[in-house]
Design a protein around this ligand. Structure first.
Ligand code: FES
Ligand code: FES
Length: 163
């Protein structure tokens, strides 16, 4: 089988400046999972539908299965592994736990990253804004209401911490 030439991609991944040699056809989700070894970003479909692969790229949520790794050259990428700090879980992770916003958890990294992108531009989202932010995320088992509740609760907590 013919080998593809590789290209260097430099990006900031969860706060770390990193470089990877990838084929031009490599998807961002492949770079994240296979090259960087961060398997919290999931692949749930072959159709750009499920949103399990959602990450934050330069502040905006993106389905990493629809982005070439080369397109992320120079970008700042945050995956679910970038949420937790030495101080503990991110407010969103804590809120998902407290509000029973997950069952199997397969979709959860994608929902968390969509929520993170939303709260970075809208600190006080109403239900319509949350539903819109999740329009690209699918959950097959929890139902969406606990997830929406979790985001609302996280927004309140985040506002309290900045006051
Ligand atoms: S893996 Fe399903 S949208 Fe990316
Ligand atoms: S918690 Fe199972 S798919 Fe969402």
């Amino acid at each position: 089988m013919a080998e593809f030439p590789t290209t260097r991609v430099a990006l900031k991944l969860n706060g770390h400046q990193l470089q990877f040699e990838v084929e031009p056809r490599t998807l961002l989700v492949e770079l994240i999972r296979e090259n960087a070894g961060l398997t919290g970003t999931h692949v749930g479909c072959d159709t750009s539908y499920c949103g399990a692969c959602t990450v934050v790229v330069d502040g905006r949520s993106a389905k990493s299965c629809t982005v070439l790794a080369l397109q992320a050259d120079g970008a700042e990428v945050t995956t679910v592994e970038g949420l937790e700090t030495p101080e503990g879980l991110h407010v969103l992770q804590q809120s998902f736990t407290e509000n029973h916003a997950l069952q199997c958890g397969f979709c959860t990294p994608g929902f968390l990253m969509s929520a993170l992108a939303l709260l970075s531009v809208n600190a006080d989202p109403d239900e319509a804004a949350i539903r819109k932010a999740f329009s690209g995320n699918t959950c097959r088992c929890t139902g969406y209401l606990p997830i929406i509740t979790a985001v609302k609760a996280a927004a309140v907590k985040l506002k309290e911490t900045v006051q």
